[in-house]
Design a protein around this ligand. Sequence first.
Ligand code: AP5
Length: 189
Amino acid sequence: MRIALLGPPGSGKGTQGVVLREAYGIPHVSSGDLLRAAVRDGTDLGRKAKAFMDAGALVPDDLVLAMMKERLAKDDCRKGFLLDGFPRTRAQAEALTKMLGEAGTPLDHVVSLSVAEGEIVARLRGRREQEGRSDDSDETVRQRMRVYVAETAPLLDYYRSHGVLREIDGVGKPQEISGRIRSAVGGSR
Ligand code: AP5
């Protein structure tokens, strides 16, 4: 099973990624988590990515694509994977389609989680208070939302035209949302 989770900041991609990883026995590959680890470890990628992330901007495509190609080439991704936060631009989506197409392993499902802006702001305020993530200030969240609308939301049409888009209501208890996703994509471990 090869799935990508799309959705605005705070729509629950990470939360659902953890649940679905267990349900399907596939790795949860979060571009945001990989970038935050690179920042924490002080790698060359982390040093280049930090300012973009702190500003709520996207990290340049060439850096993200190199990171994701390396991660997806690892052995654990042979049986499938769950992408979270990638792709996020048309260039990333096209590069992923090409890479997976050449390997004969295209995405099976692209799950889009929809959550209204007011709910997102409330969720990320809650996370800021609990976890203190540096890009969860109200101003940076608003910028991340603008970037989502401009750069990532157009991918819904791209994946709809490829016949793999599953649109899911992302509001409710996390386990209800997992159930909706599992009904839409089917299969199991
Ligand atoms: P990334 O880490 O991907 O952040 P994001 O997309 O903004 O998403 P979040 O992690 O904020 O939210 P989420 O949808 O995962 O929701 P979560 O489950 O955490 O990216 C961060 C930055 O990295 C980007 O801004 C960019 O700079 C860079 N980056 C990453 N990928 C990139 C790429 N491909 N290209 C370029 N740059 C890239 O939930 C959020 C909160 O809500 C939590 O507190 C959670 O407990 C709560 N919650 C979850 N579900 C529910 C529910 N059903 N009801 C109530 N609360 C809920």
